[in-house]
Structure formats: C-alpha cells, structure tokens
Design a protein around this ligand. Structure first.
Ligand SMILES: [Cu+2]
Length: 163
C-alpha cells in the first residue's frame, strides 16, 4: 500500500513537471524567434551553412523547416538549453534519428546523432532520396521506477524530401 502511494505520487510529480516544462517551452519559443534574428550561433559550435536546425526539447523535435529537396541535407541537431529540466524528470540527453517511411509504412533508420547533452549541437549530413521521413528521438531512460520513452512522449516530427 505504501509503495503504491509512492508510485502515484511520483507519477503526479512527473505530470506536474511535464506541465511546467511545457509552459516554459511555450515562453521560450518566443525568445528563440527573437534570437534567431540577430544572435544565431550561441550554441556550441557553428551551424554549417545551409543546414536545417532541429531543436530537441522535452518533449518535441522542432525542425526549422519541414521539407528539403532531395540530395545532401545537413541537419543541425541542437539540444536546446532554453527549457529547465525539473530534477530527474529525464530528458538530459537526446538523440536525433532520421527515419524514412518504407512502402509498408514502417520506418527505417537513415542516419543519427546520439547523446546530445544540454546545450550540445551536432551536424548530420545525409544523402536523402525523395519520400516521407520522420525526425525523432528514440532515447528510452529509466526515471525512478519508470521507463520514459522520448518518442512516446512526443519527440517526433514529420519531414518531407521532395524530388
Ligand atoms: Cu529525447
């Protein structure tokens, strides 16, 4: 009984943290748009020319564009620092997986960068064929006694490569 109560309490805690984080991200988004105008490149390293910035936050993948022409595409994966991580709610590390939708509707991995800590950014250049893709983070971590799957939390975004 005690243990059950503890589980419920921690679930509630995670829920309220998630709400806080979501609220924080909403506000931060506005700031980001302001910053993009004049002060890009404050993150670690420099975004490669012509790259598509992909923000990784709890719990969303936010590409600055949702499509690109076929050929060489460089994603600039950025684990945004703008949002606070509440205690051990997870999300201290994110990946960027680029997955292509196959004929049967499943996804196959085309390329990935992994283990981006807060504030880190990495470039990923891929030769992409036309099609439907998904940009995702498939990190699964254990927080307390719960497995937190970033993909299930909402870390995925559609991406189209045009012919
Ligand atoms: Cu993630």
């Amino acid at each position: 009984m005690l243990r059950r109560t503890a589980t419920v309490v921690s679930a509630l805690l995670i829920l309220s943290l998630a709400v806080l984080v979501a609220a924080g991200c909403g506000g931060d988004d506005d700031d980001d748009h302001g910053m993009d105008g004049g002060m890009g490149g404050m993150m670690t390293g420099e975004a490669p020319a012509g790259s598509i910035r992909v923000g990784l936050v709890n719990w969303a993948v936010e590409p600055e564009r949702s499509s690109a022409p076929a050929g060489k595409v460089t994603f600039w994966a950025v684990h945004d620092m703008a949002h606070a991580h509440g205690g051990d709610a997870g999300g201290n590390v994110h990946d960027l997986q680029v997955m292509r939708k196959t004929a049967d509707g499943s996804f196959e991995l085309v390329g990935e960068v992994k283990d981006l800590k807060m504030g880190e950014a990495k470039a990923l250049t891929l030769d992409l064929a036309p099609g439907e893709y998904e940009l995702a983070c498939t990190v699964v971590e254990v927080v307390g006694d719960e497995a937190v799957g970033h993909y299930a939390k909402g870390m995925r975004a559609p991406f189209t490569v045009t012919g």
